[in-house]
Design a protein around this ligand. Structure first.
Ligand SMILES: Cc1cc2nc3c(=O)[nH]c(=O)nc-3n(C[C@H](O)[C@H](O)[C@H](O)COP(=O)(O)O)c2cc1C
Length: 351
């Protein structure tokens, strides 16, 4: 069923693995928007449990989100070389270099099977594209499918496999983005241009994501013809956010031009607050996602425990300066009130 018709407020909380939480998703859905549970790191069992709990706790629509990742089996020499490049960073913090991991990411096929069994009202996907058969299997379980696109070609591809809606994710967006047809350099379109062109290219509803931080941004997304505004960075300081105190402080103290794109942490381009690790690793050889992601995990986790922002992945979008604290449901209501006030202001100016 189309979730947009059931939402009292056209605001979607962006899935943010490592930052958003089940409690945040629940609060947003209960407030009339739509929360998303970021399931990238979840096992099949964890997905089924989370969906069952969310269904028990609300009748409102919520989504489960996946970062589609192909299984990788890198050869030992590649992993050793990547670990050796990271050794100075581990050494400097008195940490043992981790041994080569056996697995690098969750098994996406098992995750997909689990979400079909659990049947949330909505599932969203990024990093790659489902087959028409996989979309049909989700539809058979009554799951509304949202695919993430960073170009018009990607939006068309999602529409072609039967996705119900497309999330148009501009280059302003924090964290990893969903490009899958071309390199990141050819997938850096701003939210305004992307939403407008995607909307003209596909029949399905379009969700706008990237740089939307308040009611003005929500109103702008709706004015561009989006069915809903998806906000990520705007929730990073919210009560139920899982960001560590160090990450939170980096956001609060961020300069105006704080963010940059980097492959250093994960092997895939993502946007975060620039720090020493990002600067030092620029131009260095890095294995592709999810290999580098897995190899830097212990380093980042230890840095978070030691209050050391210099080697943490401080994911955040370009407009992070506008992030505000508060209860997630209250923020949704406040942004919607602001958006309505902006719409009135515009109606008066254009009357
Ligand atoms: C900390 C963080 C983690 C993210 N993790 C995910 C994720 O797990 N899945 C996903 O599809 N997008 C992820 N994203 C991208 C968001 O879903 C969303 O598109 C983005 O935050 C929108 O831009 P904004 O940050 O300017 O609002 C993440 C973004 C951030 C900031």
């Amino acid at each position: 069923m189309n979730p947009f018709e059931r939402m009292a407020i056209p605001i979607i909380q962006a899935p943010m693995f490592g930052a958003s939480t089940q409690a945040m998703a629940l609060a947003v859905s209960r407030a009339g928007g739509m929360g998303q549970f970021a399931a990238a790191g979840s096992t099949a069992d964890q997905i089924e449990t989370a969906v069952a709990e969310m269904k028990r706790d609300t009748d409102a629509p919520f989504a489960v989100n996946f970062l589609m990742t192909e299984p990788v089996r890198p050869d030992g020499a590649e992993v050793d070389a990547a670990l050796q490049r990271l050794k100075p960073w581990y050494d400097a913090r008195g940490l043992d270099l981790p041994s080569a991991p056996n697995t690098f990411a969750q098994d996406f096929d098992a995750q997909l099977a689990a979400v079909i069994r659990a049947a949330p009202s909505v599932a969203s996907f990024a990093f790659s594209i489902l087959t028409a058969e996989q979309v049909a299997a989700l539809h058979a379980a009554d799951i509304y499918v949202i695919g993430t696109a960073t170009t018009v070609a990607e939006a068309r591809a999602w529409a072609q496999v039967g996705a119900d809606a497309v999330c148009a994710q501009g280059m302003e967006a924090g964290g990893h983005r969903g490009h899958f047809l071309k390199d990141v350099e050819q997938s850096l379109i701003g939210t305004m241009a992307l939403v407008s062109t995607v909307r003209a290219a596909v029949e399905v509803p379009v969700v706008a994501a990237g740089g939307i931080m308040d009611g003005r941004g929500v109103a702008a997304a709706l004015a561009l013809g989006a069915a809903a505004a998806q906000m990520g960075s705007a929730f990073l300081l919210a009560n139920d956010s899982a960001v560590s105190p160090t990450w939170r402080r980096a956001i609060e103290e961020a300069p105006d031009d704080a963010t940059a794109l980097t492959r250093a942490f994960s092997g895939r381009y993502a946007r975060g607050i620039e720090n020493e690790f990002m600067r030092a690793m620029q131009g260095e050889e890095v294995p592709p996602y999810p290999i580098q992601n897995r190899l830097t995990q212990p380093l980042r986790a230890a840095a978070a425990r030691a209050d050391d922002p210099s080697v943490m992945s401080l994911w955040a979008g370009q407009a992070i300066k506008l992030a505000r604290p508060g209860e997630a449901g209250d923020l949704v209501q406040r942004w919607w009130d602001e958006a309505k006030a902006v719409a009135k202001e515009l109606a008066a100016r254009t009357a």
